[in-house]
Design a protein around this ligand. Structure first.
Ligand SMILES: [Zn+2]
Length: 109
């Protein structure tokens, strides 16, 4: 199978580390491109990762939120489950940075 990302590499089956935020999930089977390093977890590994995420209580905490505004600023409401998971509270300072168009990330300080 040829790598769909760089279109020239070949896949090698390896065990690689899976991390979500700071939660270490363990090592799982993945097909890793020998050229660009792009990794695709096997179907079996994806199931195991999903199971682990559910055990850790971090499965499906992705949520939709609406942008509202206050004065000249826009406000992003952070759902409770996500605030709890990344351990931030009201009044705390965070760093917000763009990651391209219509995409940003928030880091606790
Ligand atoms: Zn590749």
């Amino acid at each position: 199978m040829e790598c769909p990302i760089c279109e020239s590499g070949k896949f090698v089956r390896k065990k690689i580390e899976y991390k979500y935020k700071d939660e270490y999930f363990g090592k799982y089977d993945a097909d890793v491109c020998n050229k660009c390093g792009e990794a695709f977890f096997t179907e079996e590994a994806s199931d195991l990762i999903e199971k682990k995420a559910k055990e850790l209580g971090v499965w499906g905490i992705e949520k939709k939120t609406k942008i509202s505004h206050s004065g000249n600023s826009l406000i992003v409401r952070i759902p409770k489950a996500i605030a709890k998971f990344i351990d931030i509270e009201e009044g705390e300072e965070v760093i917000i940075r763009p990651e391209g168009k219509k995409k940003f990330s928030v880091d606790a300080t």
